[in-house]
Write a protein that binds this ligand. Structure first.
Ligand code: SF4
Length: 508
């Protein structure tokens, strides 16, 4: 064997050894019975306009959607409260997927449990699983709160979470006064951002329902489903501190997904403190950094008497301006000179790089609010968004994106593709090529297949490390996004000079 304890080979080296090459060749005989040139011919045909039309006429099949299912988002929303164990009423495989998804993105251990529904529960209902599951979760992991969401299976059979949790309490699984907010998160509608919204609303309802509100000077911030929550929320807190603003972050995942290596495993690190979450009812208002993805929570916030401000990922100059002005308007505090300086530095950086950004064409895919933030920034840079694919699009998103594009000369060529998936994106890139693609790690297959260089911004980022530790919101975040884009532009430019071109310049 090539692999040995003395010399452990990574798979990229291991699979190049003769025994593996031979093994793959033998497998090919069974797996690829179609001749190689036939495969290539078909593959080339699927990059034509003819195939694009067939591809875009499909109605009942989704191929590689740029979204995940609702409970994944519910797990993130729940994890942002102190000592909270996300609990998914459904099968174990689903929760393994949620844990590993976050795990691979944040490179962190991620706590979430299921009550392991199997075939019998699918037939007779999952009440017994809830009774046993809550008892086990409470006894084993000693959380301060358990937040329950559902998977497809529980929703298809119509399990009633409210009734089940009450019954589990009556049966003594957990103390009667133990906090168990919940949200139904049917996975076959919406996406991870809908699930986030449902669970956030479930938690806020649990904290605030039946309490009297007395307005305070404080404000609330919610980051929404955000793969950059670790750095973004810290950046938001820094900006609020600069403005001397009193605030509560609702679902604060900044420390949850960034625990230090200090010799101790902390299952419940960070999160919004329970009392703070309850007192957040008195805030003047709540700023949702991803408003489209938090529509139901925003409605609830207004119902209790607060002002709800819906932003769309403050990436770049205008996005950050909008955030700071919203804070200033809610609190009456002025925007300090220190932040004006930061703004000026970002504008300066953009101007420094203008020659390389102007007129570059981009394709983008991702969540609605993220796409609005990124597109706004691209337009600010003088770059041109061309294809915008949003699998989990909403009517509100379409209206806002169309307005954004119409307002800029650089948005005139852009076409929005609501509800489409990454196989549609492949057709778009093959038939109407662009200079760069922006999206999550899932775009790497499109990069290789269509030759469109990928700039990794979004969720999940599985194949690169620590991106989530650098903010993409605020003026500093804008600078980070600018550098990500420019690095790819320069790498691509350098790669285009390998044939001995004199343009392999030291100074760009
Ligand atoms: S779509 Fe349904 S079955 Fe699949 S992971 Fe989500 S909840 Fe589980």
């Amino acid at each position: 064997m090539a692999q040995s304890a003395e010399k452990v080979l990574d798979h990229s080296a291991l699979f190049q050894t003769p025994e593996y090459k031979e093994l793959f060749e033998r497998k090919r005989v069974f797996e690829h019975t179609v001749p190689v040139d036939e495969v290539k011919k078909t593959c080339d045909w699927t990059k034509t306009w003819e195939y694009r039309e067939i591809n875009f006429s499909r109605e009942v099949l989704t191929i590689n959607p740029a979204k995940a299912c609702q409970p994944l988002g519910a797990v993130m929303a729940a994890a942002g409260f102190e000592g909270t164990l996300p609990y998914v009423h459904g099968s174990q495989g689903c929760v393994a997927y949620f844990r590993s998804h976050f795990n691979r993105h944040f490179k962190e251990p991620v706590s979430a449990v299921s009550d392991s529904m199997t075939e019998d529960a699918a037939v007779f209902g999952g009440l017994t699983n809830m009774v046993d599951g809550l008892a086990n979760a409470y006894a084993l992991y000693k959380p301060k709160m358990i937040a329950v969401s559902t998977t497809c299976m529980a929703e298809v059979i119509g399990d009633d979470l409210d009734a089940f949790i009450k019954t589990a309490k009556d049966k003594g699984s957990i103390p009667k006064d133990f906090p168990v907010p919940f949200a139904h998160t049917p996975s076959f509608v919406g996406s991870h951002v809908t699930g986030y919204d449902n669970m956030l609303k479930g938690c806020l309802t649990h904290f605030w329902e039946g309490r009297e509100r007395k307005e305070s000077a404080s404000i609330n911030i919610n980051g929404g489903f955000d793969g950059y929550c670790v750095a973004n929320l810290r950046e938001v807190k820094r900006l609020l501190a600069e403005m001397d603003v009193e605030y509560t972050v609702l679902s604060d995942t900044s420390d949850v997904y960034d625990t230090p290596t200090n010799g101790e495993f902390n299952m419940f690190a960070g999160g919004t403190r329970y009392d703070d979450a309850v007192n957040a009812l008195h805030a003047k208002g709540t700023i949702f950094m991803q408003g489209i993805s938090a529509a139901k929570s925003a409605e609830y916030v207004e119902k209790v008497g607060q002002k709800a401000v819906s932003l769309h990922c403050p990436i770049g100059v205008a996005g950050t301006d909008a955030f700071l002005m919203a804070v200033s308007e809610l609190t009456g505090k002025p925007i300090p000179a220190s932040l004006e300086l930061e703004r000026g530095r970002l504008v300066d950086a953009i101007a420094d790089s203008q020659a390389y950004l102007h007129g570059k064409k981009f394709a983008l895919f991702g969540d609605p609010d993220m796409l609005l933030g990124l597109t706004g920034f691209l337009l600010e840079l003088g770059a041109e968004p061309v294809h915008i694919v949003c699998t989990n699009s909403t009517k509100d998103f379409v209206e806002k994106m169309e307005q954004l594009l119409a307002a800029s000369p650089f948005g005139q060529e852009a076409k929005l593709w609501p509800g489409k998936d990454l196989w549609h994106m492949r057709s778009l890139l093959a038939t109407e090529p662009v200079d760069f693609l922006i999206g999550s790690s899932h775009g790497k297959y499109l990069e290789r297949d269509t030759g469109t260089p990928l700039i990794r911004i979004g969720f999940p980022i599985f194949d690169r490390h620590h991106h989530h530790r650098f903010p993409i919101w605020g003026y500093q975040g804008g600078l980070n996004v600018l550098v990500k884009i420019l690095d790819k532009i320069f790498d691509t430019l350098d790669a285009s000079t390998v044939d001995g071109s004199p343009s392999f310049d030291l100074v760009r």
